[in-house]
Ligand binder design. Structure first.
Ligand code: HEC
Length: 85
């Protein structure tokens, strides 16, 4: 029972984190990358499914024309981007 509760709790938490990542993506990344990361006016190439480490690096250090982005939930955004299909 305890184990089941732990699983349910973990799942609920993971879903919330995912939702936060999506919200932050919409607020901070969508303008350049498009709503689903497929590319937009600024960033032409899709970032769908990019490895979390690469996304975190782009957020922290910037990449090419992209400047570093100041956000607290970079890990959640990275998960969201890596999960895009
Ligand atoms: C002002 C526009 C702009 C914003 C805002 C922006 N990006 Fe980018 N991003 C770019 C451009 C342009 C590139 C392509 C850079 C290049 O290779 O020249 C890029 C590249 C990337 C890459 C590819 C890095 C790689 O390793 O190839 C990732 C991942 C990425 N952005 C994630 C994000 C995330 C996540 C956010 C929001 C937190 C974000 N970007 C916000 C413009 C933007």
């Amino acid at each position: 029972m305890k184990r089941l509760l732990a699983v349910v709790f973990t799942l609920a938490f993971a879903t919330v984190a995912y939702a936060d990542g999506a919200a932050t993506f919409a607020a901070k990344c969508k303008a350049c990358h498009g709503a689903d990361g497929a590319g937009g006016k600024m960033a032409k190439e899709s970032i769908k499914g990019k490895a979390e480490a690469d996304v975190l690096k782009a957020i922290a250090e910037g990449k090419g024309k992209m400047k570093p982005v100041k956000i607290d939930d970079g890990a959640d955004v990275a998960k969201f981007v890596a999960g895009l299909k």
